[in-house]
Design a protein. Structure first.
Length: 211
């Protein structure tokens, strides 16, 4: 096992287009880490359970309209309201596996035409992921999997733009994962990369800040 008693937990983020397989891969990864004796929690952003999260959810389901800049800041604030809890969990030695983070925040808003640097600014100072696993798939292939739920951004043409913006966000923590492989092959890669980073964090790797 990776050891449950020494250093901090790892901040692991899964990113990608809608229908790239993030949510099932996150769930499988969290269960796997648990079997390895790694204290772990699976999180997601947006966190729709908070007051801000409920405003976001109603925007995404097209029940409300909001200015593009305003909704961008709301998504960011939804991460900030979780900042101290994230930091506390990591410090306690709990690894967080998070479905979407600041990368989705910037990619989706920039795809609407907001300036990339403006979109990144409110993320500055949030805890930086130790590992970003980007599930790489074309928008066409993701759409072909069906099951777009009808939320605001779940449209092929828009997802193509989002993919172009994701490409501009590769940083030191970023790892591309070929998401056209089988679910099991993807999970194998994700497990290997995750165990490595969990061990590094456990043995003293410093928690960084965005961006
Ligand atoms: N999304 C997600 C954003 O536009 N900004 C953000 O900061 C985040 C975290 O919200 F279309 C978009 C991405 C997606 C939608 O996400 C809801 P889920 O994972 O489908 O719930
Ligand atoms: Mg969705």
């Amino acid at each position: 096992g990776a050891g449950a008693n020494a250093g901090r937990g790892a901040l692991i983020v899964l990113e990608g287009l809608d229908r790239s397989g993030k949510s099932s891969q996150c769930a499988q990864l969290a269960s796997f880490l648990e079997t390895q004796g790694v204290p772990v929690e699976a999180w997601r952003f947006p966190d729709r359970t908070t007051a801000m999260g409920q405003m976001i959810s109603s925007y995404l389901s097209c029940q409300t309209s909001l200015d593009d800049a305003a909704i961008h800041l709301l998504f960011s604030a939804n991460r900030w309201e979780k900042r101290s809890l994230m930091e506390a969990k990591l410090k306690e030695g709990i690894t967080l596996v998070i479905d979407r983070y600041s990368y989705s925040g910037v990619a989706f808003s920039a795809a609407k035409g907001l300036a990339l640097d403006w979109c990144k600014a409110p993320e500055v100072g949030l805890p930086a992921p130790d590992l970003v696993l980007y599930l790489d798939i074309s928008a066409e292939m993701a759409a072909g999997r069906g099951g777009y739920g009808g939320e605001r951004y779940e449209k092929l043409e828009f997802q193509k733009k989002v993919k172009q913006k994701f490409k501009l966000l590769k940083d030191a923590a970023w790892q591309n994962v070929d998401a056209t492989q089988s679910i099991d092959s993807i999970q194998t890669v994700i497990r290997e990369e995750s165990i490595k980073i969990v061990n590094e964090c456990n043995s003293g790797r410093q928690l960084m800040q965005m961006w």
